[in-house]
Design a protein around this ligand. Sequence first.
Ligand code: NAD
Ligand code: TDX
Length: 336
Amino acid sequence: MTRVLVTGGCGFIGSNFVRYLLQSDPEVQVINLDKLTYAGNLANLADLADHPRYRFVRGDITDREIVRSIVPGVDAVINFAAESHVDRSIHDSSPFIRTNVLGTQTLLDAVREFQIPRFVQISTDEVYGSLGPTGYFTEETPLAPNSPYSASKAAADLLVRSYHHTFGLPAVITRCSNNYGPYQFPEKLIPLFITNLLNDQPVPVYGTGANVRDWIHVLDHCRAIDLVWRRGRVGEVYNIGGECERTNLQITHALLEALGKPTSLIRFVKDRPGHDLRYAIDCTKIKNELGWRPQVPFDEGLRETIRWYQQNLDWVAAIRNGEYLRYYEKQYGVLV
Ligand code: NAD
Ligand code: TDX
C-alpha cells in the first residue's frame, strides 16, 4: 500500500482528487487533513466516509503537533490546503498568509524531519501575474503576483523551492489555471453564476467582463497531479492548463444560454481591485515529459457541471446561508 497525505481534501479540488485517487488506484491509502474552514465541506466526501482506505483528520496545517503526528510513514504529502479566493484576500489577507505561507512551511518542516520521499505543492498560474492580449505563462515566466492571494501562493512556492535547494527536499510544484466542475464552492465565477441563475438571481460581472481565464475541468487537473506526484522530476515546476481561453462575458453568456435564462440578469458591477487581465498557460512541459493532455471538452464539461449543480440543490442550499450570505452582501451589496 502507498500512503498519501492529502491536505485540504474537503475543498473543491482536493475532494475531487481524493475520489479520483481511491477509484483509480486500489493500492493507495489516503489520509485527508483538513481544517474545515468555510470552504471545507465534509459533504464533499460523504460517499467515501466509511471507505476502508480513507481516513479523515480534522486539523490545521499550521498546527505543528498535528502535522508531526500524521506525517511519519507516509509516501507523499500533496498540499491542496489553502485560502483560495482572490476577493476574500482583498478584504483580509491575514488567513492567506497564515495558511498558505506558514502552513506550507509547517508541512515542509515535517516532510524534512521525517524524510518523506515526495512533497507536491498545488500552486496556481496566478503567481505569474497578468498577461496582455498575447503570450503564455511558461515555467520560466518570472513570478509577479498581483493579489494578496497570489502573493501568498508565490511565497509558498518560493519556500518550497528553497527547501529543495537548501535541504534537497524532494518537492515538485504544479501551477494550474482556473478549475471548474462538481463541488466547487459558489463564490468562484462559474458555480456562483450557476447557483444564482438557478434561483433567477442576477449575476455580477466585474468591470466589462473582458478579462480572460484559461478553464480546465477539475478531473483533468486531478489526472495531471496524479502523474506529477508519481513521475514528476523533483525540484521542477509543472504548468497545467485547459488550453481553453474565454472572457468572463463569454462564460456568462454560455451559462445563460445553457440554463435558458435572459441576458437581462447580467449586472456589470465595480471591477475587482488589481484585476488580472488575462491568464494563459503553456503546458508543453507536462505534455512532453509525462504524456498528459486535457481531455474534457469545455462545452461538455460545462454542461455536466451545470447538471451536477441542478442535481445537488441540497448541497447548494446548505452552503447558501449564514456566513455565505454575509460574505455575499459584503462583496456585492444588493444587486437590483
Ligand atoms: P477550496 O477553497 O475549495 O478548498 C480549500 C480547502 O483547504 C478547504 O477544504 C479548507 O477547509 C482547507 N483548508 C484551508 N485552510 C486550511 C488549514 N489551515 N489547514 C487545513 N486545511 C485548510 O480550494 P480549491 O479551489 O479546491 O483549491 C485547492 C488548491 O488548489 C489551493 O491550494 C489553490 O490555491 C489551488 N488552485 C486552485 C485553482 C482553482 O481554480 N480553484 C486553480 C489552481 C490552483
Ligand atoms: O462575481 C464574480 N464576477 C466576476 O466577474 C466573480 C467571483 C469573478 N468574476 C471574474 C473575476 C475573474 O476574472 O471572473 C474571473 C474568475 O474569477 P474567480 O472565479 O474568482 O477566479 P480567479 O480570480 O481567476 O482565481 C481562480 O483561479 C486560480 C481561483 O479562485 C484560484 O484559487 C486559482 O488559483
